[in-house]
Design a protein around this ligand. Structure first.
Ligand code: GLA
Length: 752
């Protein structure tokens, strides 16, 4: 890790362990991007910005500045001055002008990493993190724009953010503030994005990059089911182990845009930040605006390296929860078990069955408050429904605790139902535009969290419940997107701040909650996984991945999620069959193996499932305890993708010392006359010798795997001898096809 400024050539060079990021100051004032890629030693690479070729820089070619701006790789391009490609920054003055031009002014290299006030962000110590701040200035507007770059000693990611200061005496309206922009170039590039819908979150999509714009965005007020605040530019033929990948990932939970623009010279500009639609921030004299953070990473060895860079960064420098390295309590959630139809007896009956099976926490989902017998009413009325919970909440929690189980509860704090006491009293607390009938979604409105009294109300509702019973976990849900953007609180020239202020308020309430209950386990959720993003991870170490709990559908969802998030963050449960989302029947053990890739829990009525399934739960809970550390802390390797081969899925987690690994294989479809599949392993040490075991769910034991037959009719016997990592990674392992569809196998690979 190093940050260096070459005074002679006016070059900034940031080094991570394996990558370099280089910028240069051209013509004494234009900050340009020179290089991002594999680590290089040279600093004198200003030639890469092509300022020595025609049309030269403005000081030598004043008659044609626009040609310079049309091709110069501007590090932070601005609007209205003649760089006609996509800009990263735009403003409007009180006079209605929109031009802004930024010149290099100053810089500082510092140890550590400053936090970003009010926003989630990666963190680092002065011993393991360095930060560069480059100040740019528009002298006409008296506007200061500071670009921040942080590098980490143990990671190949770069954290970027922007800070805007208004040094003038006038109001300036910020109409677009990207957190990061980068100019590069290339041919035959592709763009990798994650897209989906409710119950189909984060499916991977690779599209060739053509001339013009391409990208993804959300203007739904949250990161969304539909598109994810991540994208990666990939060279031709990129796969898990090959290809150049440059990725951006947004540490933010609201509207975003991720845009790539390929221009006339095959130059590509990629940028990410708060979506400019619905955004207009009034910056008055002396005020500062801080952008959320973008994480960038470069890999010259395919997607696998990108994945492991991001996993490691988030584990070491983003997730703060004390639960990060702890086993999470194995929970049972009553949502798919009962939906709204429960009472104290039913919940206790579930808990009584669950506790002796090794399940450690009961989570009471939606429906415990107000008049909430269905999803048409009562959001905002966070007082206990004693018709359902006779004896009250504390009584239920105490009874659950007596069984040796923890207790967790569901909230949807950001919402208000039109049919609620809260709405009767405060109809103006809902986000709505006066005079226009606001649209409902799941029969609910969103609370205007920009208002102090609304934030206080929400916080008080949460703490009243938490203070009165032993609540050890909260599932914080958010089940609709923001529309009809109107606030009775914000002034008319600040209405464009609503969406961002809303997200800041969510962060503020979660921060206060965690300060007050430092041992609370928080799981964020949004209609499944619509707010699964790095911003939320700063507050909750786990996020509900999707309302699709079908193990086979989950393979795709979890593959896309694990592409950029550590497995320890993915909320994953074993649910009932036929599955409530797709009607599929999947063997109970396969459901367990797939949920093992996440936080692991149950979402079913354990009193009503088949006896043979219930009998398997003790071995499954034992399996979680045996392997959770490897799953949560190990390095992740994707071996095969059901999403692309439509037949089977396989992934590994490997311990840091490479002495132990876990391989999950799910055969989705069986093929006739097809007895085994050769699978090349990954991530092992070439020179170590390994033995392979299969986890036997019926006994909870590991048994030697890979059979050997001495003749065509001889019985198969387990292979006892070891194989080298080199053999397993090059020649591969034979996976015997299990008989039937949807069959999972869990293999343990141990140094012999
Ligand atoms: C969302 C969540 C579910 C459940 C319901 C309750 O859809 O994703 O897990 O909590 O809300 O209404």
């Amino acid at each position: 890790m190093n940050i260096f400024f070459d005074e002679v050539h006016k070059i900034f060079k940031l080094d991570t362990p394996h990558t370099s990021y280089i910028m240069t100051i051209a013509d004494g004032k234009y900050l340009g991007h020179a290089y991002y890629g594999a680590k290089i030693e040279d600093t004198d690479v200003a030639y890469l910005t092509r300022v020595f070729e025609p049309p030269f820089v403005p000081s030598t070619n004043g008659r044609d500045k626009l040609s310079f701006l049309d091709c110069f790789p501007m590090e932070y391009p601005t609007h209205g001055i003649g760089d006609f490609r996509e800009d990263a920054f735009s403003i409007r003055t009180e006079d209605g002008h929109e031009a802004c031009e930024l010149f290099y002014k100053d810089h500082e290299i510092m140890r550590g990493k400053p936090s970003i006030q009010g926003l989630p962000a990666t963190f680092g110590l002065s011993a393991d993190t360095l930060t560069l701040r480059i100040d740019l200035e528009d002298p006409v507007l008296s506007l200061k724009v500071s670009l921040f770059y942080s590098v980490f000693a143990d990671n190949d990611c770069i954290a970027r953010s922007v800070q805007i200061g208004n040094l003038s005496n006038n109001d300036i309206y910020l109409t677009k503030v990207m957190s990061a922009s980068m100019d590069t170039e290339g041919e035959n590039l592709s763009l990798l994005t994650l897209n989906g819908s409710w119950a189909r979150e984060r499916w991977m999509q690779m599209n060739p990059l053509g001339l013009g714009f391409q990208g993804v965005s959300s203007d739904r007020g949250e990161s969304s089911h539909q598109h994810h605040p991540f994208f990666a530019l990939c060279s031709e033929g990129t796969d898990q182990k090959h290809g150049e990948v440059t990725a951006m990932h947004f540490v933010y939970s609201g509207n975003f845009t991720a845009k790539a623009y390929m221009g006339q010279f095959n130059n590509v500009r990629m940028m990410m930040g708060i979506n400019g639609e619905d955004f207009c921030w009034k910056l008055s004299e002396g005020e500062i605006f801080r952008s959320p953070e973008v994480i960038m990473t470069y890999s010259g060895t395919g997607l696998g390296t990108m994945t492991r860079n991001l996993h490691a960064l988030y584990r070491r420098h983003l997730i703060r929860s004390p639960f990060l390295h702890r086993p999470r309590p194995i929970l049972i959630n009553n949502w798919e078990a009962t939906y709204f139809d429960f009472n104290t007896e039913k919940i206790l009956a579930i808990a009584k069955q669950a506790a002796p099976l090794g399940i450690e926490m009961l989570v009471l989902d939606d429906g415990w408050f107000g008049n909430r017998f269905d999803d048409n009413r009562s959001l905002g009325d966070w007082f206990v429904n004693e018709e359902k919970l006779s004896g009250g909440l504390k009584n239920l929690v105490d009874e659950i605790n007596k069984l040796g189980m923890k207790f967790g509860i569901w909230f949807e704090p950001e919402m208000i139902s039109p049919e609620s006491k809260l709405y009767e009293e405060h109809p103006d607390w809902a986000i709505q535009i006066p005079g226009r009938t606001a649209g409902l979604c799941r029969c609910q409105y969103v609370l205007d969290l920009t208002r102090e009294e609304v934030k206080e109300y929400v916080f008080k509702c949460l703490t009243d419940i938490c203070d009165n019973a032993n609540i050890e976990y909260i599932k914080w849900d958010m089940n609709r997107q923001l529309a009809d953007l109107g606030s009775r609180y914000l002034k008319k020239d600040q209405m464009g701040e609503l969406s961002h202020r809303y997200v800041l308020a969510v962060y503020e309430i979660q921060e206060r909650l965690l300060q007050r209950y430092p041992n609370l386990l928080l799981e964020n959720c949004s209609g499944g996984g619509a707010r699964f993003d790095p911003g939320m991870l700063y507050y909750s170490p786990q996020i509900w991945c999707s309302d699709d709990t079908d193990a086979i559908e989950r393979l795709k969802i979890q593959e896309g999620t694990a592409l950029i998030y550590p497995l320890s963050t993915m909320g994953a449960h074993v649910s009932d069959c036929p599955n409530h989302a797709v009607g599929r029947n999947t063997p109970f053990e396969t459901r367990g193996y797939v949920a093992l890739a996440g936080t692991f829990g149950y979402e079913l009525d354990v009193t009503r499932i088949p006896e043979e399934d219930r009998a398997m739960i003790p071995a499954q809970t034992k399996m979680y305890h045996k392997y959770h550390e490897l799953v949560a802390e190990g390095d992740y390797y994707r071996l095969a993708s059901y999403a692309s081969n439509h037949l089977y899925d396989a992934y590994m987690v490997v311990s840091e010392d490479k002495k132990e690994a876990l391989l999950t294989y799910v055969q989705v479809l069986m093929r006739p006359n097809f007895h085994s599949r050769k699978l090349r392993l990954d991530g092992l040490a070439e020179d170590k010798m390994y033995k392979i075991y299969k986890y036997d769910i019926s006994t909870g034991e590991e048994v030697p795997y890979m059979t050997e037959k001495t003749g065509p009719s001889a019985a198969a016997t387990p292979r006892e001898s070891a194989l080298s990592g080199k053999a397993l990674m090059n020649a591969g392992l034979l996976i015997e096809s299990p008989w039937g569809d949807f069959k999972g196998i869990l293999l343990v690979i141990r140094e012999a």
